[in-house]
Design a protein around this ligand. Structure first.
Ligand code: HEC
Ligand code: HEC
Ligand code: HEC
Ligand code: HEC
Length: 392
């Protein structure tokens, strides 16, 4: 193994154990990201792929590209690129890896989770933003800044970013009108701005250490909070529930947990208005509630929306699967599938397809069937059909 195959950024894993157990309870097939991290090295992925800068350069950096979406986005990424990956593996003489029970789920859990934790943030950029976003006009830091709002240099150093986001949100009802009174726009945060800004605030704070435990959130508690804080009154999740505001499963909520909090804050003006119109006041958050809520939203996105059985069937018939595996999955050039995929979890179906992709690809060239490219939604539909469509 080359020197590249060193362990990846252990800092990422701080707090992971706390979220792991509840995460795996919430989704039975959710893999073990810590095992996935080792597999990323063992299965040679690291020879071609970096994860946020560490690792090979032959394929794309998976910390920057693939790790943004649901299980299906990751799995369809691997599937669609499979022919090119296989060819490259041949060129650099790496044996194409296959996966034993559950290994692919672990690997995908690893890639998926990477995105959840904040990057450290750049306090120098944060300092510029503190002025640019006009925070400095109302908040004192050291000797500088206005006095309309509370000092922001009293936070213990190392306060978790999400606690600052929580404070920002909870003070919205007073702060937003104060901002409007002086004729400013309510600040919005793009990309990693909120992480940089908070990195600056964390560094300016008092020297005593933060006593607060940095939790990664408990998705089960988050599920309950989603209802009790009123989110469910306005936001459907993948079409389930009522949608007055955007469907939070379908909206492109990408980025780390603090970036998600930033996204929610950006909508404060419209959201608080909407809340007023239905006669509720904006909920406030105590303790770890915000972390719990985002852990829930984050894991909901892992599963993606429910697939559509009828559309899945159409894909099966039209993309050549039926030609090789039979109209009813009874088998033909390829093996029978109905006995194999019925009732299987999406992780297992993806694993089977990946393991057999090389031979499938050979047969496809023989019969001139083009490699079936699957968008993530199509893959969700197809897997729903493979798992449930043959029961009757
Ligand atoms: C020999 C080099 C090589 C190895 C080993 C390799 N890959 Fe790849 N991978 C590539 C290349 C090259 C691409 C881009 C292919 C393309 O552009 O079509 C890619 C693309 C991907 C993508 C899609 C990225 C995107 O932006 O959608 C994923 C996901 C992926 N690889 C995961 C893996 C995993 C997981 C492993 C380990 C099991 C692995 N790869 C092993 C070379 C490799
Ligand atoms: C026009 C004045 C004004 C501006 C501009 C402003 N704030 Fe505030 N901020 C306030 C006021 C007033 C409060 C106190 C609200 C309350 O008492 O509930 C506050 C409260 C806060 C709190 C909670 C502090 C605590 O002790 O819990 C945070 C965090 C915060 N602001 C961050 C920011 C950031 C970051 C920016 C820039 C993006 C910003 N504020 C811009 C007036 C402002
Ligand atoms: C009374 C209705 C209402 C309630 C209650 C509500 N929201 Fe919203 N929310 C909205 C509306 C409307 C928007 C779109 C605002 C806009 O367009 O700027 C929105 C936007 C959002 C966004 C941004 C979505 C995107 O696509 O960027 C997030 C995240 C969000 N809400 C989370 C929550 C959470 C979490 C809760 C519960 C604590 C909640 N909302 C409660 C109405 C509501
Ligand atoms: C050109 C023929 C061909 C096409 C088209 C084809 N397959 Fe296959 N498939 C095969 C062959 C051959 C195998 C067995 C490969 C092996 O033994 O390693 C296989 C294996 C599989 C397996 C693994 C079965 C097991 O026992 O684990 C799955 C799942 C699968 N295919 C699904 C699909 C799906 C879904 C499609 C459509 C997107 C598809 N196949 C298209 C030929 C094909």
């Amino acid at each position: 193994m080359t020197g590249r195959a060193r362990r990846l950024r252990p800092a990422v894993w701080i707090g992971l154990a706390a979220v792991l157990a509840p995460a795996r309870q919430a989704s039975a097939e959710f893999g073990d990201p810590i095992r996935g991290q080792s597999l990323f090295v063992e299965k040679t992925c690291v020879q071609c792929h970096a994860v946020r800068g560490t690792g090979g350069r032959i394929g794309p950096d998976l910390g920057r590209t693939a790790v943004k979406g649901s299980f299906f986005e990751l799995a369809s990424g691997m599937w669609n690129h499979s022919p090119v990956m296989t060819r490259k593996m041949g060129e650099v003489q790496i044996a194409r890896p296959s996966f034993e029970k559950g290994e692919l789920a672990d690997l995908i859990a690893f890639l998926y989770f990477l995105n959840y934790f904040d990057e450290p943030g750049d306090p120098n950029i944060g300092k510029v933003l503190f002025a640019q976003k006009h925070c400095i006009q109302c908040h004192r830091l050291g000797r500088e800044g206005g006095t309309a709002g509370p000092r922001l240099d009293r936070l213990p150093r190392g306060t978790p970013p999400l606690s600052i986001a929580r404070a920002l949100w909870n003070h919205g009802p007073v702060m937003v009108p104060a901002i409007r009174r002086v004729g400013l726009d309510v600040p919005k945060f793009e990309g990693s701005e909120i992480v940089d800004l908070f990195a600056y605030l964390r560094g300016q704070g008092e020297r005593r250490a933060a006593r607060e435990f940095r939790s990664s959130g408990d998705p089960e508690r988050g599920r309950v909070l989603y209802a009790t804080k009123g989110c469910a009154r306005c936001h459907a999740l993948f079409g389930r529930g009522r949608s007055f505001g955007p469907d939070l499963g379908r909206s492109e909520l990408r980025g780390s947990v603090t970036q998600l909090a930033g996204r929610m804050w950006n909508h404060w003006p419209a959201m608080s208005e909407a809340m007023e119109s239905v006669g509720m006041s904006p909920p406030s958050f105590q303790g770890e509630e915000m972390a719990d809520l985002f852990a829930y939203l984050f894991l909901s996105r892992y599963d993606g929306g429910p697939g559509d059985l009828a559309r899945g069937k159409a894909i099966y018939l039209q993309r050549g699967c039926a030609a090789c595996h039979g109209q009813n999955g009874e088998g033909n050039i390829g093996p029978a599938l109905r006995t194999v995929t019925t009732g299987e979890a999406k992780e297992r179906i993806a694993e089977r397809m990946w393991n057999h992709a090389a031979k499938m690809s050979d047969k496809m060239s023989t019969y001139s069937v083009p490699w079936p490219h699957l968008e993530s939604g199509e893959m969700a539909d197809l897997f729903t059909f493979l798992a449930e469509g043959w029961k009757r």
